[in-house]
Design a protein around this ligand. Structure first.
Ligand code: CP
Length: 336
């Protein structure tokens, strides 16, 4: 019994996902890459995800929408939110999800990543969910397997389902993106969350400000649809949402890290700096957060201002929608 009906007639064409790369991806370079989601497709995913929000609040959270489907979680980097929410999403839809313990896999015996992926592909999975430190790896894998591939974060490059869940969280509060001003603050250079959010939020019509220390702003930032600031007071002016980022220590190798207290004083969000934004502005953070480094601990836990836990809840809904859309799309192409 399907608990959630999906109107296939209202679907936009997902050729970009199914035909070329079978991948959910939102590239940093909006000019060069032709495989990115367009506004209509992003809105469609958000609408589909909305259907799962109430479902996820039910006492019994079980559907058979993806019964008998096989999904692999392949995480080559640490994760709490993304890995577990994909697992919860898949299981709530009735799919079988296999968590591959990468640290115990044959990669340790010298097998290449692509050999591992083609081995798993021979087991006829429907979706591979991949997190890996190498930029663009999901796309390379996608070119070598029949299964759909979801990019769950590739290096400093992209984290598309994070940006989609952030957009859903914002949509729940504001509905209309075209009137919104959103600040993304902190370590922009090393943040895949920032890149995917800039693309998705600007496509939905929001005005995006990025704020961070000069050394953590990408060289080509001016080519993106953003206003750039190094000063929190100026950058937060008129903002409805303040999205904080973690300092990506694991990607800052061989460079001097700022003193945490000095960084917090200049770029950490607390109640005082939040006053620079609109009166009732909301605070977001993709997690994991470093309390007292990029965000004040009390503010992070203040449910009147912070949407951080709501983001986690929306992560499950978005990932349910992504899995459902990708697999249904694949069925149309492959016609089992
Ligand atoms: N936001 C995010 O990607 O969190 P995890 O690293 O815990 O998956």
């Amino acid at each position: 019994m399907a608990l959630i009906s999906v109107n296939t007639n209202s679907r936009p064409s997902f050729d970009k996902i199914r035909g070329i790369s079978k991948i959910i991806n939102v590239p940093f370079s909006i000019v060069k890459n032709k495989n990115e989601l367009n506004k209509k497709e992003i809105e469609f995913i958000l609408d589909e995800a909305k259907k799962f929000i109430n479902f996820n609040k039910k006492r019994v959270k079980k559907s058979n929408l993806l019964e008998g489907r096989t999904i692999f979680n392949l995480f080559f980097e640490d994760s709490t939110r993304t890995r577990t929410s994909f697992e919860v999403a898949a299981k709530r839809l009735g799919a079988d999800l296999i968590n591959v313990a990468v640290k115990d896999s044959s990669i340790n015996k010298g097998e290449t990543l692509l050999d591992t992926m083609t081995t798993i592909n021979s087991m006829n999975p429907d979706v591979l969910i991949v997190r890996h430190p190498e930029e663009g790896i999901s796309k390379r894998i996608s070119n070598n397997v029949d299964a759909c591939v979801i990019n769950a974060g590739d290096g400093s490059h992209e984290h598309p389902t994070q940006a989609l869940l952030d957009a859903l969280t914002i949509k729940n509060r504001f509905n209309n993106f075209s009137k919104l001003q959103i600040a993304i603050c902190g370590d922009i250079l090393h943040s895949r969350v920032a890149r995917s959010n800039i693309i998705i939020l600007s496509k939905l019509g929001a005005k995006v400000n990025v704020i961070g220390p000069k050394q953590w702003l990408p060289k080509n930032i001016n080519k993106l649809p953003v206003e750039v600031y190094t000063d929190m007071k100026k950058g937060l002016k008129n903002c409805d949402i303040v999205m904080m980022l973690r300092i990506q220590k694991e990607r800052i190798v061989g460079k001097i890290m700022p003193n945490q207290k000095t960084y917090f004083n200049k770029y950490g969000l607390d109640y005082n700096k939040l006053k620079y934004a609109k009166k009732n502005a909301f605070v977001m953070h993709p997690g994991p957060m470093n309390r007292g480094v990029e965000i004040d601990s009390k503010l992070a836990d203040d449910i009147t201002r912070s949407l951080i836990q709501e983001q986690v809840a929306m992560g499950v809904a978005i990932r349910m929608a992504c899995l459902d859309i990708l697999i249904k799309n694949r069925d149309n192409v492959l016609s089992y």
